[in-house]
Design a protein around this ligand. Structure first.
Ligand code: PEP
Ligand code: MG
Length: 578
């Protein structure tokens, strides 16, 4: 039995056999072959290389914006895929070690990548990432079918991985994927956010978990305490089964709050909205008693396809959600691509600092066709219900004006084409950069609402990567610098009399609720499985107490003191939440 401690990112307990996968869902099996199979395995290698070359050529043709950096990347990939000595090395391994093609390819590429990674010259050492990319490209053609099997898991498993992308996580079937455990990641990394939305217990930042777990080991994921136990003994399993039942019982109790309002003991009404990534999550928002959708992360529509979604693809997704929510609000956020949410083609553009690079609204403003396609679809869906548009990662007034101007152009086009849309559709922005927070007073004049994205606001204020476990102890929204920015935004929104909500992960963290209520937040948007718990907290507190907590916290200078103070304050009132 081995116990590992990581960061709890999605609550709940699971006990299941492990399935170990790599970052592209590949399980690289080691299998010995008979000498008579050598020729057919070598033929499989050749075929995989030629399929990969064909795929690369098609991708290169479809990529319309070929800057010199992209050309370089295509050139590197092409050179490797055409390198006969590389294919010979792989074939030699199959011949001499009698192993299957997948294993020989994976091993050979790994060996080359490690040579590159050890080079002192930064340009050469950075090519190691390209080598892994090329290996994945080739393996994809060999393992295509096995890869699909991961999407079609038919028995209960715990997924164990070094790192998971948001799109991998989104593809998991909750019926069979009972728990998630990864070596890397942070509480607000997008894979963690998706796990929380799906309600799958998850623990990240377990460092070397993948090196101690073998496929088929029994693994307990304790998403409440951030613990993972590999091959637990019988007593531990019994103890955890009991704990799991208690947790399920608590969930049933909380669900009875569905029809009750989110109102404090002294009568202040609070609105609880859901964050979603896919239209089918709308159902969970309604089941959990959400008052609407406060953040629709539309980029997920983009991530798992190699082709650009059409206007109809966008429209179908939005109309389905809007219709299901009837008259309840649906805030559709325009594409927030980039950083850890990249498109298939954007994978080729390796940015040195992707979180500071061409992401989000910046990416949209440089890809107008794509942006306008989405805006048309949102506007068309706006007549079906209560739709609002939200622009992400605004950093200055000019960017906002540009985005609004494009929206206006699209509206004119629709009017010319006599297509119906809501001409008064509310337009808002996310406040998730310090520059937007510090100029909130002027941005407020241009929009109908703000939504504070604390995940990015914390990352950019403290200069701490939200997904990097090496600096995860430095990442805290309770830092006085972040809280001061949040306070400024709330005050400026109130002064300008525009709506304000908070949609970062702190909206689902029990210890933050009293503080945020005391700071003046009345609308929270969060992972829908957490709505009942947060509602119970709201129903247990008074605004008078919350105001006291906020006043005290805003006079404090240390993140550590603030964190322990808000936890204690919340624990006193609602001990069962901790
Ligand atoms: C945020 O940054 O707080 C946010 C809600 O957006 P995302 O997590 O999608 O970046
Ligand atoms: Mg964000």
């Amino acid at each position: 039995m081995e116990i590992k401690k990581g960061i709890a990112v999605s609550p709940g307990i699971s006990i299941a056999k492990s399935m170990v996968i790599d970052s592209e869902d590949y399980r690289i099996p080691y299998r010995a072959i008979e000498p008579s199979q050598r020729t057919s395995e070598i033929r499989r290698v050749k075929k995989a290389f030629s399929d990969a070359i064909e795929e690369l050529n098609q991708l290169e043709e479809s990529y319309d914006n070929k800057g010199s950096q992209i050309k370089d990347i295509f050139a590197v990939h092409n050179r490797f895929l055409h390198d006969r000595s590389l294919q010979k090395k792989i074939s030699d391994m199959i011949r001499s070690e009698l192993v299957i093609a997948e294993y020989a390819i994976s091993n050979t590429f790994r060996e080359i990548a490690s040579h590159f990674a050890n080079e002192k010259d930064a340009y050469i050492s950075e090519r190691a990432a390209d080598i892994f990319d090329i290996a994945r490209r080739v393996l994809k053609h060999l393992l295509g079918k096995k890869r699909e099997e991961i999407g079609n898991i038919t028995e209960e498993v715990t997924i164990v991985a070094r790192e998971l992308s948001p799109i991998q996580t989104a593809g998991f079937d909750k019926k069979f994927v009972k728990g998630i455990a990864s070596d890397v990641g942070g509480r607000t990394s997008h894979a963690a956010i998706v796990a929380r939305s799906l309600g799958i217990p998850a623990v990240v930042a377990l460092e070397d978990l993948t090196s101690v777990v073998n496929e088929g080991d029994t693994v307990i994921v304790d998403g409440n305490r951030g613990i993972v136990i590999v091959n637990p003994d019988e007593n531990t399993i019994a103890e955890y089964n009991e704990y799991k039942d208690e947790f399920t019982e608590l969930g049933y109790k909380l669900n009875t709050l569905k029809e009750k309002p989110a109102i404090t003991r002294d009568g202040t009404k609070v609105t609880l909205l859901g964050n979603i990534e896919f239209p089918n999550e709308t159902q969970t928002v309604l089941e959990k008693g959400g008052d609407g959708i406060g953040l629709y992360r539309t980029e997920f529509l983009y991530l798992n396809t190699t082709t650009e979604p059409t206007e109809e693809d966008h429209y179908n997704a939005y109309s389905q959600t809007v219709k299901a929510m009837k008259s309840k609000p649906v805030v559709i956020r325009t594409l927030d691509l980039g950083a850890d949410k990249y498109t298939q083609s954007k994978r080729f553009v390796r940015e040195p600092n992707p979180f500071l690079g061409l992401r989000s609204i910046r990416f949209c403003l440089q890809n107008l066709m794509m942006f306008k396609t989405q805006l048309r679809a949102i506007l068309r869906a706006s007549v079906l219900g209560n739709v609002k548009i939200m622009f992400p990662l605004i950093t200055n007034q000019q960017e906002l004006m540009q985005a609004k101007m494009i929206l206006h152009d699209v509206m004119e086009d629709l009017s010319d084409e006599k297509i119906e849309y809501n001409q008064k559709i509310p337009v808002g922005i996310m406040i998730e950069t310090p520059s937007a927070a510090l100029t909130a007073f002027s941005l407020a004049k241009e929009v109908s609402f703000f939504s504070i994205g604390t995940n990015d606001l914390t990352q950019y204020t403290l200069a701490v990567d939200r997904g990097n476990e090496l600096v995860s102890t430095l990442y805290s929204t309770a830092d006085p610098a972040v809280l001061r920015l949040i306070r400024t935004v709330i005050q400026d929104a109130h002064k300008a009399q525009i709506d304000l909500s908070i949609c970062g992960e702190v909206a689902s963290e029990p210890e933050y609720i009293m503080l945020l209520l005391g700071m003046g937040v009345r609308t929270f948007s969060l992972a829908s499985p957490m709505i009942p718990e947060i509602k119970q907290i709201i129903r247990s507190v008074t605004i008078t107490d919350c105001n006291k907590v906020a006043r005290k916290v805003l006079s404090m200078n240390s993140e550590r003191h603030i964190t322990s103070y808000i936890r204690n304050a919340a624990r006193k009132i609602i001990p069962e939440a901790f």
